[in-house]
Design a protein around this ligand. Structure first.
Ligand code: ZN
Length: 320
């Protein structure tokens, strides 16, 4: 969307903040162009919009939130700080983490990880280049989805349902600093017995299941409707998106900051014990080739030194 269009939409919204059509538009603008709304922050009363415009927000907002937290110790202020992803907000979270009630500590560690670093090692927890993904035919992108896979894949330990190859990223076609010699692949199955995570390690002998049984070579094809691929477009979203994810809208993403349905810490690598970097979001919903066969959102993590991938699902059911 060109800049002048965004500016005009913002103008129109502030002339009529009661219009629900304009609200839906400004909601999109706030997610994808939060900085455009920073100058209008004092005119925004809606709490969802207030949340969405936090990425990259000015340092004075961070100071305000820190002061508010010091006054009332409401953890919502800490959550708000996690959506800035600026150095100022990250420093504030790290400083506050040293003097907060024990019961808030896990939440703050999650906020720090979601701001771009692991709280223990201070290493990066995300890949800073952000891509949006679109499901396309196999010949339109090197990042393959579905179809066959040249090695055994994970399977359900109860029903033997084989996993689908959800996505293989071709790292040579990505501007991410993946040093491993292996292309990260992510696997999932739907068997009625949802795994918490599916971990695999890539080795010179193929794919090794970690805490999961593997098939003899059989690969599931029920979740990805065909031999497909994910086309990736670099999308400049320096400070990521704020707010809570809703599944089923084909919001596929590689790199950048995760948008969670439910805020949480990043997965740990079962081989080295370190935090795994967030790498992929594959949303459920329609594709031009049919519906994806899983619910919720799949989040993919990667430990580059160990060449371990983790696929993790969040679902609407989790809220029941
Ligand atoms: Zn590791």
């Amino acid at each position: 969307m060109p800049n002048y269009v965004v500016d005009r939409l913002i103008d129109e919204y502030f002339q009529d903040t009661e219009s629900s059509d304009l609200y839906n538009i400004i909601f999109e603008v706030a997610q994808y162009f939060p900085e455009k709304l920073h100058p209008f922050a004092s005119q925004i009363d809606d709490e969802y919009l207030q949340e969405l415009i936090l990425p990259g927000g000015p340092d004075s907002w961070v100071d305000d939130l820190v002061n508010k937290y010091r006054q009332d110790e409401d953890p919502q202020h800490l959550k708000a700080l996690s959506w800035f992803r600026t150095d100022k907000a990250l420093d504030a979270l790290i400083t506050l983490s040293k003097a907060i009630p024990e019961e808030d500590l896990e939440a703050v560690y999650a906020y720090i990880e979601n701001s771009g670093v692991f709280p223990d090692s201070r290493l990066a927890s995300v890949y800073f280049q952000n891509y949006r993904g679109y499901v396309v035919a196999r010949n339109e992108s090197p990042h393959h989805m579905g179809g066959s896979f040249p090695h055994p894949v994970p399977k359900c330990p109860i029903t033997d349902t084989p996993a689908n190859r959800i996505l293989t990223l071709d790292k040579s076609n990505l501007n991410l600093d993946i040093e491993s010699q292996y292309n990260p692949s992510f696997f999932w199955y739907e068997s009625g017995y949802p795994p918490n995570c599916i971990y695999v390690q890539f080795t010179e002998n193929g794919v090794k299941g970690l805490m999961t049984p593997m098939t003899d070579g059989e690969v599931g094809t029920d979740l990805i409707p065909g031999k497909l691929a994910l086309k990736l477009e670099e999308y400049p979203l320096k400070y990521g998106r704020a707010g809570t994810a809703t599944s089923g809208f084909s919001n596929h993403q590689v790199g950048g900051y995760p948008v969670w349905m439910r805020f949480q810490r990043f997965k740990r690598c079962p081989v080295c014990g370190q935090g795994m970097k967030f790498l992929v979001t594959i949303d459920s919903g329609m594709t031009p080739f049919g519906k994806l066969g899983f619910n919720g959102i799949l989040y993919g993590f990667w430990c580059d030194p160990c060449a371990v991938s983790c696929t993790y699902q969040q679902n609407d059911d989790d809220f029941e």
